[in-house]
Write a protein that binds this ligand. Structure first.
Ligand code: NDP
Length: 460
């Protein structure tokens, strides 16, 4: 490191101050410390961020819990006599809380072992090199904002009665009936989770098909699966106001007339970056739509000493992306290995039941960019469900191929284990595999995944 830089660093309390102890912030702090930087991190709530505390991890535990409803039913088809079953919500919440406590402590421990100074308090920028935290002013050469996002609700009258995903992890009891508003990741995942627990679920979406942005065949398949699970779908509908009735039940009044009642309503209508009252604008940090911090490909903001990673930048709001952004930032700024984050071809999953997973371009995106697109598609009943009689439990697999280069541009799946399978397919797609590469790969029999290497006939 150049002598000038070292001298400049010595003028500050720390080389790096990270605001936010979630996936991106913790990763950045640990890697920067590993590169020899003096690092501090402030977290006002619990370590681990949305993913660990009230997102991916507890959600996935709920998905497992909810799935037993299907498993018990399927077991009977395989000769098991399961008997009467009963689900106890408080037992699940307590078990989930124990695991989240454990994980959160691990995150704090990782920071401690990396030599990062922890401030268990809210931090706010005072100037481009100074943070106010826990009644103190602390200076740093570089400040990284990794404060994540928070659920957002539309401002209709009575929306204060609506739950968000945050509260879903600590409901004192399950409602008998619920309205889920929205058609994105969280709406679809919670609709499936709750229906597995026996809650009567209505899903309301303002357009005609859930999961906007996903491949159309995937969207159709998911919508069919939601209906087959007994979830009531109200498409092209929106709430005008929510009325709280005596006894606590809620009456939903719809845009354009009509009303109905449910015990609870969950707004899964998107998330917004946590940038309020952080002193960002006062320091000259540019904010974009919905308050997202504007950054370049190196996660630099408009102020040279301030960087930002993760959901607060509203690029691709997924934990593994935040981890990559945090890691690349630390390597670039403190490791002497500058590298931008590659946001191309990021795989993702929706943990619906069955789940969705996808990597690369949808058919529509591919047709926009390539003149000659080939489509391979397979729909089949997985072997397991030949006995369960759940013929409606069809798996969908779809390959989007550039007909000119033979390169696989996208792979989409709706079916059991889709996220586990697509994670591996994503490596091939990222490497630039061709359809011929898929074809010369030998399958593993009998699996669903072997279908990826046996799709011979073009459907479009
Ligand atoms: P999404 O952006 O995925 O979905 C928001 C939904 O709310 C959309 O269907 C949107 O409709 C609808 N909506 C937005 N505004 C309104 C409004 N005013 N009235 C009615 N409906 C509205 O957000 P989520 O909250 O589901 O999730 C946030 C993000 O978190 C995701 O985008 C994803 O990045 C991440 N996430 C990832 C998960 C995973 O990896 N499995 C799981 C959960 C979250 P429209 O389509 O018309 O805009």
């Amino acid at each position: 490191m150049a002598g000038d830089t070292l001298r400049a660093m010595a003028d500050f309390d720390y080389d790096l101050f990270v605001i936010g102890g979630g996936s991106g912030g913790v990763r950045a702090a640990r890697i920067a410390a590993g590169h020899g930087a003096r690092v501090a991190l402030a977290e006002e709530y619990r370590y681990g961020g949305t993913c660990v505390i009230r997102g991916c991890v507890p959600k996935k535990l709920f998905v497992y819990a909810s799935h037993f409803a299907d498993d018990f039913r399927d077991a009977e088809a395989y000769g098991w006599r399961v008997g009467a079953t009963q689900f106890d919500w408080p037992t699940l919440v307590a078990a989930k809380d124990r695991e989240i406590d454990r994980l959160s402590a691990i995150y704090a421990g990782l920071l401690d072992r990396a030599g990062v100074t922890r401030f268990d308090a809210r931090a706010r920028l005072a100037d481009p090199h100074t943070v106010e935290v826990g009644g103190r002013r602390v200076t740093a050469r570089i400040i990284l904002v990794a404060t994540g996002g928070t659920p957002w609700k539309p401002s209709v009258p009575g929306v204060e009665y609506a739950l968000t995903s945050n509260e879903m992890f600590h409901l004192p009891s399950l409602p008998r009936t619920i309205l889920v508003v929205g058609g994105g990741y969280i709406a679809v995942e919670f609709a499936c989770i709750l229906s597995g627990f026996g809650v009567a679920v209505t899903l309301m979406y303002r357009r005609d098909k859930v999961l906007r942005g996903f491949d159309d065949d995937v969207r159709d398949a998911v919508q069919d699966h939601l209906a087959a699970r007994g979830i009531e779908l109200r498409m092209n509908a929106n709430i005008e106001r929510i009325e709280r009735l005596e006894g606590g039940r809620l009456r939903m009044h719809l845009d354009g007339g009509g009303a109905f009642e449910r015990d609870a309503v969950l707004c899964a209508t998107g998330r917004r970056p946590n940038t309020d009252d952080l002193g960002l604008r006062e320091c000259g940090v540019d904010l974009g739509p919905h308050g997202a911090i504007v950054v370049d490909e190196m996660s630099r903001t408009s102020v040279p000493s301030i960087y930002a990673v993760g959901d607060v930048t509203d690029r691709i709001n997924l934990t593994p992306v935040a981890l990559h952004e945090g890691h690349a930032f630390a390597d670039s700024v403190f490791g002497g290995k500058p590298r931008p984050v590659d946001h191309e071809c990021v795989p993702s999953a929706v943990f619906s039941q069955p789940p969705v997973a996808t990597v690369g371009l949808t058919e529509a995106q591919a047709r926009d960019r390539y003149p000659n697109v080939h489509i391979y598609r397979s729909r089949f009943t997985p072997l397991k469900h030949t006995l369960t009689g759940r013929g409606d439990h069809k798996t969908l697999m779809k390959l989007v191929v550039d007909g000119d280069s033979d390169r696989v541009l996208g792979a989409h799946m709706v079916g059991d284990d889709a996220p586990e399978i697509i994670q591996c397919i994503a490596i091939a797609v990222k490497m630039g595999a061709t359809k011929a590469d898929f074809d010369r790969t030998i399958g593993i029999h009998p699996t669903s995944a072997e279908e990826w290497v046996t799709m011979r006939t073009r459907v479009a």
